[in-house]
Design a protein around this ligand. Structure first.
Ligand SMILES: [Zn+2]
Length: 472
């Protein structure tokens, strides 16, 4: 959103001219701070979500990649804690009841975490708004009333915003940062809202109607739901889609990018104002490709015609970083969850590694183009998927998620066991870097016997809103 920026720049010029020749005292300065608009605690906020990633998913990828754990870039961030993720769900008599995470039960009853888990829609809505809600809710509260997204607040403050995913861009996680719908399943309506009613500036993901899971073009299209229906898709391709994003009363059209080369060309140099990137694959970048899903990671050749999550990330940031007011970006590795549901060890490791490269790309961008005073980076998950643990020895019937996976050395999948095909209510890790991460440190006041200090996912939402509005 650029009009606010222009206005603010003009106001700044006026303020500087008015201040010429005056001596500003500390008292004036404090008075000015109390009276004037609050300065955001960070100019840029980047939230990265590995969907379905628990502690053992991080370790599985690290053991395969490095033969050791604790080596991912985010694992040395100054803020490291656990995060509870429970949501509202239908209890007895069909009444919505708020779940819980009880640390003592979580480690004394191995089945405890297999109940009362969240879905991605509720978890992401909570991280985006600070409010717990019901499973399937996209930016809606338990009364089915729309909630204010942190990214909407950022748009009002003149920032640019975006969402990036390695699955369909209208899927639960990206949708839950910008859209409002009673149900995550209403893909076409969600996609239309994202393209036509929302002021967001970057949308990237999969869900291409004319390509299959292997990135091959089709003569008969897939359903157009993920891109908002056939008419919306045609209008998007023709550059006719997009509402007034910047408040000047004129429509701001989306520029559609599709090929890997188009994504890569956005990584540097000048960019269009609003970019919708739809990779040329049906549902997800690589996890859905043909070939033995149980093979050693990367043994089945990757689809070369789709970008990596890191390439999408670089492209998205390069579009958004033109705004001097800053930007807010959510990046999701959506298929870690899908591989987890199918208990695919190799693909889980591939997807988590793709996520790790994207985090490294963000860290590199901050180091080279911004600063940790200006940018807050939070790396986390929405929930754990698969109840991934170390192999359970004979005679020990119950999994224990705190036992370390068996290290089989670099380039070999570690010894592990999938104990579920669903989500769990286990704590997930959260890592943060940036001066504004001090807000998270204040909130990490709950203790888990195995994972240590932890926050709740609603507190992530509260931090995002506080950082954007400048309130502590
Ligand atoms: Zn899932």
């Amino acid at each position: 959103m650029r009009w606010v920026r222009t206005l603010m720049m003009q106001l700044t010029v006026v303020a500087v001219l008015a201040g010429l020749g005056n001596t500003v005292t500390l008292a004036d300065d404090l008075k000015g701070q109390a009276a004037g608009p609050k300065k955001p605690l960070a100019k840029n906020v980047i939230l990265m979500i590995s969907d379905g990633c628990g502690y053992n998913h991080v370790d599985a990828a690290s053991l395969f990649e490095h033969g050791k754990t604790g080596v991912q870039v985010y694992e040395s961030f100054p803020f490291r804690a656990g995060m509870s993720t429970y949501s509202y769900s239908k209890g007895t008599l069909g009444r919505l009841t708020l779940g819980e995470y009880d640390p003592s039960k979580a480690w004394s009853d191995p089945q405890y975490v297999t109940r009362g888990y969240t879905d991605s829609a509720a978890a992401s809505t909570t991280m985006s708004t600070g409010h717990k809600t019901y499973g399937g809710a996209i930016g809606m509260d338990t009364n089915r009333e729309p909630l204010l997204h942190a990214w909407e607040k950022a748009e009002r403050a003149g920032k640019m915003t975006g969402v990036v995913s390695s699955v369909q861009w209208s899927h639960a996680t990206p949708a839950a940062f910008v859209a409002h719908n009673e149900s995550r399943s209403n893909y076409a309506a969600i996609a239309c809202e994202m393209l036509s009613e929302n002021p967001t500036d970057v949308i990237m993901g999969c869900g291409h109607p004319w390509f299959d899971a292997n990135g091959q073009s089709k003569t008969k299209p897939n359903k157009f739901d993920f891109v908002g229906g056939q008419e919306t898709w045609n209008a998007l391709a023709d550059g006719r889609t997009g509402g007034d994003a910047d408040g000047d009363g004129k429509a701001d059209r989306w520029t559609l990018v599709q090929t890997r080369e188009e994504f890569q060309s956005l990584m540097t140099g000048p960019t269009p104002q609003r970019v919708c990137g739809v990779a040329q694959v049906s549902k997800t970048l690589q996890q859905g490709r043909a070939g033995d899903a149980e093979a050693v990671p990367f043994q089945v050749p990757l689809i070369e015609t789709v970008p990596t999550l890191a390439e999408m990330t670089r492209a998205a940031i390069n579009v958004l970083d033109d705004d001097p007011d800053g930007f807010c970006l959510m990046i999701e590795a959506g298929a870690v969850d899908w591989a987890g549901h199918d208990n695919q060890t190799g693909r889980t490791i591939e997807e988590q590694i793709d996520f790790n490269r994207a985090v490294e790309a963000v860290v590199q961008w901050v180091d080279q183009n911004s600063s940790w005073d200006d940018t807050l980076l939070i790396v986390t998950a929405d929930h754990e998927t698969g109840y991934l643990t170390a192999p359970v020895p004979t005679g020990q019937p119950s999994p224990d998620a705190s036992v370390r996976l068996t290290n089989n050395g670099k380039g070999v999948s570690p010894g592990l066991k999938w104990n579920s095909g669903s989500h769990t209510n286990c704590l997930v890790p959260v890592y943060a870097k940036g001066t504004a991460a001090r807000l998270l440190t204040k909130l990490a006041d709950q203790q888990d016997p195995k994972r240590g200090a932890y926050v709740d996912n609603a507190e992530i939402g509260k931090v995002l809103h506080a950082v954007i509005s400048g309130a502590e």
